[in-house]
Ligand binder design. Sequence first.
Ligand code: LRH
Length: 474
Amino acid sequence: MSVVTVAAVDLGATSGRVMVGRVGDGILSLQEAARFANGPVATPDGLHWNIQQLYSDVLAGLREAATRASIASIGIDSWAVDYALLRGDRVLGQPFHYRDERTARGVETVHAQVPFADLYSHNGLQFLPFNTLYQLAVERDTGMLDVADRVLLVPDLMAWYLTGEKVAESTNASTTGLLDVTTHGWNGELMDRLHLQRTLFPSLVQPGDRIGSLLTHVAVQTGLHASTPVIAVGSHDTASAVVATPMTEPGGAYISCGTWGLVGVETESPVLTVAAREANFTNEGGVDGRTRFLHNVMGLWLLNETVAAWILEDGGPFNLSALLDAAAAVEDAVPVFDANDSRFVAPGDMSGRIALWCTEHGVWAPTSRAHITRSIVESLAAAFASAIRNAGELSGQEVRRIHIVGGGAQNPLLCQRTADRAGLPVIAGPIEATAIGNVLVQGRALGATEGSLESLRDLVARTFNPRVFQPKGH
Ligand code: LRH
């Protein structure tokens, strides 16, 4: 087998990156070519993504990647559920951000048409008010679907920009709520019941499929060869992260911890029990037809949004690691609030909302920055531990260790407190699991690595040294 060099475009809700990955012959390495900011833009019609800015950052990142190596292929992953509407080849406005509050209206309409229990039996998806089907209900009710003839999820939109091909990658399509959880195909009947035209949704492709090659002007702009293929990866970022989670032995659960904490296990088939539905567990599509049986916990969003306000308040440089040290040094018992409370979803004053939650629940509200931070970490760790227990019980798997991958893996306090509260060892890393999963699936499609997910994970385990946190009593 030979070594190949690929570009992984990895778009998160707060930042995006283009990584250059080398894989093959037992080698796996990753180098950052570009990193750029991403985030919501509020306009009078709601919260949006600046998709053109993001695309031009992707192009610049690919151009940088091309200066570093000869790129054999490109793979794209991003956050889930959000999409652009198109008519022909025209994109109809900036895509909405999933934190836009309009989605509540969509929930009411959809559940009046198809009650949640019925929906769950079809799509196996946990209730999140921003799942694509609720967003599309709002588009329909505001007349947008009288105009639009295509829906492209964010990574599929980027792939179309690069290649001119309109497809829907299956792991991310599973987060729309419109895929059949058992057959993994579009659920036309569900679309009919929700009055969504079946033709809105492009043909599905699987991770590893070739989407197309670069449009001439893209090749010119990036300095890449026009023949460079764009290969479908687990285009849902969480699907790519789970590929690169080094679960090399039975008993591993994962927390893909970035903006969200996606907490769960991998299963061979969906778990569609009443208990799973009531615990609000999701069955998202994984690479190679696996199921990502998991629960969304609010994640680092709670901390990042809190800190963002303090940065504004201070108006100068901010020392995050000093804050985390101060939080670790807090010896008082801090309040543990419900990190999953829906009040925390929208952007805005986070510490105020935490204080209100505490007052409403008869517990003291932390006021110092160190106490607030510690309270957030403890609440996240508690929510993670509880979701881990549920994942094990509901799937019938015995969880013996927890892998934390993503940005959360570089927060030792969070890793330790998760270990303590779950009573299980936490194996932290790799931090860049999403991009690594993206690289691995491309490498496999190009024939540079072995076939099974297990062998890909072995390679990750051999390459990246994790940090292990043993549980202590709490
Ligand atoms: C994480 C993520 C998560 C989704 C959310 C919208 O980035 O993709 O899996 O639920 O964003």
